[in-house]
Design a protein around this ligand. Structure first.
Ligand SMILES: [Fe+2]
Ligand SMILES: [Fe+2]
Length: 312
């Protein structure tokens, strides 16, 4: 049997689960829940306290899982009475599940589909719940930092782009690319993965060369060959470490508006999830360190946007 990971935050207590659920323990997959049964609330809470984040399902149940998750998301996101934290948790769960799969199999259409759906749901949730952005940045979270970074970049970039009058269609490409932009970091060795936590200005020439490989065509071409992914999304991913001074991997000095937004938001958010700064400290550092890398007026508008959203 082939097992596929699903984040436990995409399942819900006291609801019929229409597929078997397994946990991975000591190299074995053990059945945790039988098809058609429910997880008790107390048991569910205990799992979360124990920091168990993933369940597994039989890969042949994938369609059942996607249908279940679509229904649950529909219900939760459109429920006026549902708490905003519940909405955040389930949409983040979908995004994390999608990213887990993307890392395992970036070229697969179903991984891409789930990532795109998750990006759309993050966008919907953030636009319909004005308090959500501030809550997401207020949550000290010790989950997978690259996934958290990617989710944060997705919501921040989508909403900032709307205030920058980027078209709806371009925001659609931007939110998908933002969620996927660092997925190639998972393919780097542990030594180089750690560079995510190091300020870019402190990277040695060799470290920079290695780190920038997550933007290189070895990975991107794997996506570019696919008929279901378009060149807007590819270019955004490829150019997310570029800036106006040309110190990115491709040394570009001219960026499309969406590319500049993605790069700026990525640089800002990495100071939070990567370097551990608070949102306040990160924007202060940004205005000093990134002078010239981005249009100063855009940095200032971004700062005003963060204030208006209650993030800083
Ligand atoms: Fe990156
Ligand atoms: Fe990033």
């Amino acid at each position: 049997m082939n097992y596929t990971p699903v984040r436990i935050s995409t399942l819900k207590a006291e609801m019929d689960i229409p597929f078997n659920v397994y946990i991975h323990f000591k190299e074995q997959y053990l059945k945790y829940l039988s098809d058609g049964t429910q997880i008790e609330k107390a048991k569910f809470k205990k799992l979360r306290r124990q920091k168990i984040t993933k369940f597994y399902i039989d890969a042949t149940d994938e369609n059942k899982y996607q249908q279940f998750l679509d229904d649950l998301l529909n219900q939760t996101l459109n429920d006026d009475k549902a708490e905003v934290d519940e909405k955040i948790s389930i949409v983040e769960g979908q995004a994390e599940t999608a990213l887990d799969r993307m890392q395992d199999d970036p070229g697969s259409e179903s991984s891409f589909d789930m990532t795109r759906k998750a990006a759309q749901n993050l966008r919907k949730m953030i636009f319909e719940n004005p308090e959500a952005l501030a809550r997401m940045f207020g949550n000290a979270d010790n989950s997978d930092d690259i996934a958290k970074h990617s989710i944060n970049v997705c919501v921040l970039a989508s909403k900032f782009a709307a205030s920058e009058k980027v078209s709806d269609e371009d925001i659609d490409f931007l939110c998908t690319a933002a969620l996927m932009h660092d997925v190639a970091i998972a393919k780097m060795s542990d030594e180089y993965k750690e560079l995510f936590h190091k300020p870019r200005a402190d990277l040695s020439a060799k470290e920079k060369l290695e780190y920038f490989k997550h933007c290189d065509m070895n990975f991107i071409s794997m996506l570019a060959d696919r008929p279901y992914i378009n060149e807007h999304v590819i270019n955004l991913i490829k150019n997310h470490e570029e800036n106006l001074q040309g110190s990115g991997p491709y040394k570009k000095t001219k960026l499309e508006k969406s590319e500049e937004i993605l790069s700026l938001v990525n640089t800002y958010e990495k100071k939070i999830s990567g370097e551990g700064l608070t949102p306040d400290a990160a924007i202060k550092k940004m205005t000093i360190d990134e002078m010239g890398n981005y249009d100063l007026k855009m940095i200032n508008r971004f700062k005003d946007f963060l204030k208006a959203e209650g993030v800083i």
